[in-house]
Write a protein that binds this ligand. Sequence first.
Ligand SMILES: [Zn+2]
Length: 527
Amino acid sequence: MLLQCVTCDARRPDTVIFDDFEKAQTQWSLRQSGSRGAQVVTTEARHSGTQSLLSETDRYGLQNIRAEFRYKDDGSCVSFWYLLEYDPVDSPDTCLTVGLHSETDDRFYSTVLPCPEPARWNLFELETAGISPLLIGDWIDQLSIGGVGRAVPLKLHLDDVRIENHGPKRKPRHTAASAPVDCPRALYFPRGVMPEQAEAYADAGINAVFLREPSQEAAVEWTAYGQKCGFAVWLVIPAYYDVRQWMDSARLRSAVFADGLPDDLVCPLQDDYWKLFVLPILLQWVRLSCFAPIQGILLDTNAVGSVHSSYTDVDSCLCDDCFARFLDISGINERIESFPPPDRWGWLTDNKLVLKYREALELRTRIRAEILRERIRAENGNLRLGVLDFRDTWINAGLAAGFGDAEAPSMVVARDPTFGRGYSAAVRWYSERLEQRSVHHHWVPGFDLKEFSPQDLSAHLLAATTAGDGYWIELPVEPAADGETPRVAPPTVEFLNALRSTKHDATSRGGKSSAVRRRSKLTDEKQ
Ligand SMILES: [Zn+2]
């Protein structure tokens, strides 16, 4: 699962640091965000020798910082053994975080490994470029290893922490022959934005646009521009709306979460909701796609208009119907009447059935999505499907699984883990979690334009296209007066140049990107 550090014979690895924590004195400091935390060298657990470094916090996260070293990256590699203790039920989105500080530009770059297997020793091994393409060739002087989770305790053991320089051969993830054909270089446009600058973007290499809920007229206009300029049009359609009136009149069922009270979100697996709302809305667009060249539809599972904005892993629907079906498919011979709503979550946790419950909801979502996919294919067999703002929860994973197959994988269009952080090996790890569950998909990493300078953005986009992932970018929206449609600012020359550099590299994969080379050269001149 992790990138191998393959040592090239001609280049001997130089050990920059090696900490096995066998000496009592440690050079590591701790930052933690809970109210209680500690770091100590301990014999309680170790991967090798007799001791390891143990750090802990009572909530949210911690970071172990190692300083007092300095080297210039020349293909360096970070490796260590770790054992992370956390509760995957209460904190299902816990991540291991690994970062390096660049002395060259005085910034920390980091990557996140999602949901490491808890309570066992694992090897982490990654070349510096996998933490961030912006570290290539920099002077590096700090290492950070930690974990982030929810308001639950986190314990991290570290052993045999090593940085080696002149180590790995840098290899592109895909060869030109195996690179996926549908590698989008996409821009996301909010509702109401018209294709005024479409030609300039297409000229700079953009080959797809994601349009949020356009009017039918606007969608047709965009597809005409798409045909003229050579980009594909995807629609972003919300799946969950405020249907409180329908729930108040008992036509639709509310979701019920751990507190046992009816929520302002609808039960996400309710047949009538999909029949009355989601399917008719989608079919309008599917029918339009038979006449206007629309490449695909992305469903957004964030709720529109309700107080509770989304269904998460922790918030699994416990309504009468969902809970009764779980009892039924799990072969639990009890009547739903024996489980008053406020007792249901406690009963699942007490009986260690929470993960099984989430799996059952994911499977039901997958079946629903497969039925929807077949219904849509009956109208337009070429239309692709996907999920926007994908997070690895039962609802998103279920939809992605049901929307795609080997022939037409679903598009997983995600903000995490790149949106404000930049491109890193985390994209591969998040995608691999879906592959392990046989979800046919293409993971498209997202970038928030306002978080990056054009030069940095260029390096991240190049790394993403070289890896064969492609990218999507969210543009800053100018505030609109009441009743007016939002506008995105016209593109700057620097932004268009950043896009243009990926247009070239997307077709000539392999080796270090030209923008990264340019940056490294500037870096060298600064030293
Ligand atoms: Zn339900």
